[in-house]
Design a protein around this ligand. Structure first.
Ligand SMILES: [Zn+2]
Length: 1023
């Protein structure tokens, strides 16, 4: 115990939120590691967690080994000198209900795990050994390179990552921004080899140079005393020796982009269909201003969506659908080197034709802000932010232990410059309005300092995906004359560039054109008149003033203790009281109520409303109606956007979504004004004041989302399985075709029909009294024609036993190099609307199978065989039909090989399970029961659990507890039996679907592929 300094901050405990039931202690070990201990005494809780942030990241990659920090993060977990098994740590976590993960940022690397509380101390020891003496075996090093490559191949297809990397590639030579943090086989294997560099030696050198105790910041959450946590941490982490360390100073490099290169415009080819405009500025790092947060004030003004905002104007013009402003929360945007302030605008095709005017609107708004006389920038907007931050902190919601320790360990990193007393409060501190700091940022957001990026599918699409010709207005739409019809491209200025070969960013292969910005254009943006249409938002009417908490303690019933043969099986308690059905009358209104504000110490409520219309649901297979319903939900949200945005700033949220039965409205936040918000939302359901221009923009946005929906091979592959199981499910292309033929008249007719007769079901939980809810519902639903809901039945194909259906398709994205495959096994027992113990038992068995299989599958197919970055298994529930899937995304093997390997794995896994010691099986059962019995931490979690029961149609509010009881009665032989019957090769009850998506480049190999897959089919069907 003497080996550490305790209580580095003596007042930390006094700074925490009154709602926070944790205790904290900040210590420094003799070797320099600082650790923030978090203790919770709730005996019902199971989950413990630990995170370690190390202050070194991709900014420190050596030039000849780009991606080394990321690679090092991957290698850490693969065995230590003391615990040499490659998967030893993961196996230990998996048997004790936990898991680990890690990520690499520009200036730090974070590694973390969670685990059931009894295993915390041992897990800490294993974790510390990994950070002290990782093995870095030659064998694993070579294989893990493939994991880095697979991860890169996956990230490569993200337009956001491509845009960010392209932006960074313009940094001055030698600037840390230019480091290619992801790494791939080229940068970590081919390039070093070509220069005679030994990667393995570099890895060891990097580790011993940077993974130093004094760079480590640790946070540990446990259900035990602080003294006990301190002992465990000191005991585990004192093995890491103290040492001096070089200082990393990224500020000294200066700002990333050379000022003479600005302003700059690049036009980029995206992967997705769509048009996005970025305006970015490089600013000095703002990390030292974390107390006054000037950037946050500015981004909430520029990113405002209410009347008078940039977005509101752009939407009214039909030019844009979304706008985000500010510095991202990531380390790239907010580093010790610089802050990147970005305005990202999603344009419509019409907006693309007017992009220079869109930019003009942004600068008009910035000029409007600058035109306030000194000392006059509205401080009430800052005070509102401060008030809402204080309320959020006062009524802090409990976090998942894993998320909590990650946040805390990051916040402790020295480059963030947080004072020790602010470790618990930093994100919520608003120390006072600093107009001088706000202006210092605002004055840098100039035309001449801006980096413009226009990513548009009108420039063609990456890898030769077909660009949709959007020039011709669709029939039934008003003619958009101002779009440059007939020029071939709606981005008029692009025409001259179109004949030139694009440049190519070296790592991601992003194609772009450096485009000139004419002086006349720049001058026009600099000499704009202030526009009356643009103004700052008025005081926010949604801000709550009453935060009293309803004192209504709802009794929780006892739960009968299950019979179990497992000695350490946990006692089962009811997790939550059941909601009460306040009113259920023939007119089709069901009102559920769960008062539980005192339980979570929250003046907040949550509301879910299910709006079920027979006009829609009796004909739910109709593709056109399906597309119209989705369009309806989009327009519904859009019509309320200005109001909902203001509500959002007051920590109230409300959103409309389309579902299989109709619409749901989900709302939540401080309860005082919440029901009023839901009421106003419901009042707008007929879209009476909705503008046709906005309809066009939403119509276009939905068409794009259909076009982009199968770009990711995994989603594509999983949809193929659903299509085989539910042939009536519409394909994106079918919905696109239907939507294309619909204009605003069809939408309005649909909206009218949808709203004629309805069934409504509500759940209100939290801080709303029953009387208030009853009175409110009485008035709100007064004018509705309500009818009871009919059950939605979806036909799911029952696969014949012994069958294997194979569906292979080419990837939509021609250039991506991944194959996706999903192997799905169906089980025959379809669930009914009633609780039937034997059917639920199958489901619990499948959940247990997922738990016991996941780690072995990952270790074998990903870590050992390196088939791909995403490898996993999951139970499936298709409208009550149980199933189980294994899925793999691979850049190195084609589907037949992937299927073969998965089958071999199943064969071996069956053998392994047969040989398991009974205590291994027991530890999985007990750990899973602990996870399912973890108390709900937030009102949102409690509400969500009850709502999923209600929306399912047959609520069983103690489902988790009942399932735990079943879990306690399961035997190893029963799991084996299910596995051998339905999943194992040769199983006599096997019914299987294989869906696969292959890179289009491999289409030539298709005949060979089909042949080997039909062999597989034969093998499965002749059992
Ligand atoms: Zn990674």
């Amino acid at each position: 115990m003497a080996a550490c300094v305790r209580d580095l901050s003596t007042s930390l405990e006094s700074t925490k939120s009154p709602n926070d039931r944790n205790s904290y202690r900040l210590i420094r070990l003799g070797n320099g590691i600082e650790a923030l201990l978090v203790s919770n005494s709730d005996e019902q809780k199971q989950k413990s967690a630990c995170a370690c942030s190390i202050q070194v990241g991709s900014f420190s990659d050596p030039g000849h080994c780009q991606g080394l920090a990321h690679y090092c993060e991957h290698m850490i977990f693969l065995g230590s000198k003391r615990y040499p098994g490659e998967a030893q740590f993961e196996e230990f976590l998996s048997e004790n209900g936990g898991e680990s993960n890690a990520y690499t940022e520009c200036e730090y690397t974070c590694l973390y795990f969670d685990v059931n509380r009894k295993a915390l101390h041992h897990a800490l020891k294993m974790f510390a050994e990994l950070l002290h003496e990782p093995l870095f075996t030659q064998d694993a090093s070579a294989r893990e390179l493939q994991a880095i490559e697979s991860e890169f191949q996956k990230k490569r297809r993200s337009d956001h990552v491509r845009g960010e990397t392209l932006f960074a590639s313009f940094a001055s030579p030698g600037h840390p921004w230019r480091s290619f943090g992801w790494g791939n086989l080229q940068s970590l294997d081919a390039d070093p080899k070509a220069q005679g560099v030994d990667l393995h030696a570099e890895l060891r050198h990097f580790f011993s140079r940077h993974y130093k105790a004094c760079r480590m910041r640790l946070s540990v959450f446990g259900i035990e005393s602080l003294d006990s946590l301190e002992l465990a941490v000191v005991d585990a982490f004192s093995i890491i020796p103290p040492s001096d360390v070089e200082q990393l100073d990224f500020e000294a490099h200066g700002l990333p982009l050379c000022v003479k290169d600005l302003p700059r415009l690049v036009r980029v080819r995206p992967i997705c269909d769509g048009h996005v405009l970025w305006l970015s500025w490089q600013l000095p790092s703002q990390l030292k201003h974390y107390k006054s947060k000037p950037e946050s004030y500015l981004s909430s003004l520029i990113g405002d969506e209410g009347h008078g905002s940039i977005l509101s104007y752009l939407k009214d013009m039909g030019w844009a659908t979304d706008l985000c402003a500010g510095a991202g929360g990531d380390n790239f945007s907010h580093s010790s080197n610089s802050m990147i302030f970005t305005i990202e605008i999603t344009l419509t095709v019409n907006g693309l034709g007017h992009w220079t005017e869109v930019v003009a609107t942004v600068f008009q708004y910035l000029d409007m802000l600058r035109s306030y006389p000194d000392g006059d920038l509205p401080s009430y907007l800052y005070e509102e932010k401060k008030l809402m931050a204080e309320c959020s902190f006062r009524f802090l919601q409990e976090k998942d232990p894993g998320d909590l320790v990650i946040d805390l360990s990051e916040r402790m990193l020295p480059f963030y410059r947080h004072e020790a007393d602010h470790l618990l409060t930093a994100p919520w501190i608003y120390s006072g309005f600093r107009e001088d700091l706000v202006r210092s940022i605002l004055n840098l957001l100039t035309v001449r300092g801006c980096f413009f990026m226009l990513m548009s599918s009108s420039h063609g699409r990456a890898g030769g995906l077909d660009a949709v010709n959007e020039d011709t207005p669709q029939e039934g739409e008003p003619c958009r004359e101002d779009v440059a019809v007939g020029q071939g491209h709606v981005d008029r200025h692009f025409v001259e560039l179109a004949g030139c070969e694009p440049k190519v960013e070296p790592y991601f292969g992003t194609e772009y054109w450096d485009s000139p910005l004419e002086e006349t254009l720049l001058l026009s943006w600099e000499s704009l008149h202030t526009a009356e249409k643009l103004h700052v938002p008025p005081p926010n009417p949604f801000i709550a003033t009453d935060f009293s908490i309803l004192q209504q303690v709802t009794a929780v019933e006892e739960f009968p203790q299950p019979k179990t043969g497992y000695a350490s099986f946990p006692a089962v308690r009811r997790l939550l009281p059941s909601p009460e059905l306040l009113r259920s009358h023939a007119a089709g209104l069901k009102l559920w109520h769960l008062p539980c504000a005192d339980r979570f110490r929250q003046p907040r409520s949550q509301v879910s409303v299910k709006m079920h219309s027979p006009y829609y649901s009796l004909d739910a297979g109709n593709v056109q109606k399906g597309a119209l319903l989705e369009l309806y939900a989009l327009c519904f949200n859009d019509s309320l956007n200005e109001m909902l945005y203001a509500a959002g700033k007051a920590r109230l949220h409300c959103a409309v979504n389309s579902t299989s039965y109709g619409l749901t409205i989900k709302a939540g936040g401080f309860s005082q004004k919440l029901l009023r918000l839901v009421e106003t939302t419901l009042c707008g359901r007929k879209l009476e004041k909705y503008k046709p221009d906005r309809f066009l923009a939403m119509h276009e946005a939905l068409l794009r989302s259909y076009r982009n929906s199968w770009l990711k091979p995994q989603a594509h592959c999983s949809d193929l399985r659903k299509l085989l199981l539910m042939p009536s499910m519409p394909r994106p292309s079918g919905k696109e075709a239907q939507l294309n033929s619909c204009g605003s008249e069809q939408l309005m007719a649909f909206v009218q029909n949808f709203n004629t007769v309805m069934g409504c079901e509500l759940l209100v939980s939290g801080n709303t009294p029953a009387e208030e809810l009853m009175g409110w519902a009485g008035t709100v639903f007064d004018g509705y024609r309500l009818e009871p809901q009919t059950k939605l039945e979806v036909d799911v194909v029952q696969l014949p036993v012994g069958s294997a259906t194979v569906w292979l398709q080419s990837a939509v994205d021609a250039t991506q190099s991944n194959s996706a495959v999903e192997i799905y096994f169906q089980l025959p027992e379809r669930d009914t609307w009633q609780w039937q113990e034997d059917r639920v038992r199958v489901r619990v068995l499948l959940a247990l199978l997922e738990d016991v299989m996941y780690e072995s599958l990952f270790d074998e197919l990903r870590t050992k065989q390196q088939l791909g970055y995403s490898v996993g298994c999951s139970m499936r529930d298709t409208y009550g039909v149980p199933g189980f899937s294994i899925y793999i995304l691979s850049a190195v093997q084609m589907p037949p090989i992937l299927v073969e390997r998965a089958m071999q794995f199943l064969q071996d896994f069956g053998q392994q399970m047969r040989q398991w010691q009974s205590n291994k099986f027991e530890s999985h059962i007990v750990a899973l029961a602990g996870r399912w019995l973890e108390p709900k931490r937030t009102l949102g979690e409690a509400h969500g659990a009850c709502w999923s029961e209600i929306s399912f149609g047959f609520p069983v509010f103690d489902r988790s507890e009942r399932e735990v009881a079943i879990l306690g009665s399961l035997k190893q032989e029963e799991l084996l039996k299910l596995f051998e019957l339905h999943l194992a090769p040769g199983g006599s009850g096997r019914a299987c679907i294989v869906t696969a998506v292959v890179p289009s480049a491999d289409e030539l190999q298709l005949p060979a592929l089909c042949e080997s897959i039909s062999k597989f089919r034969l093998a499965v069907s002749t059992v």
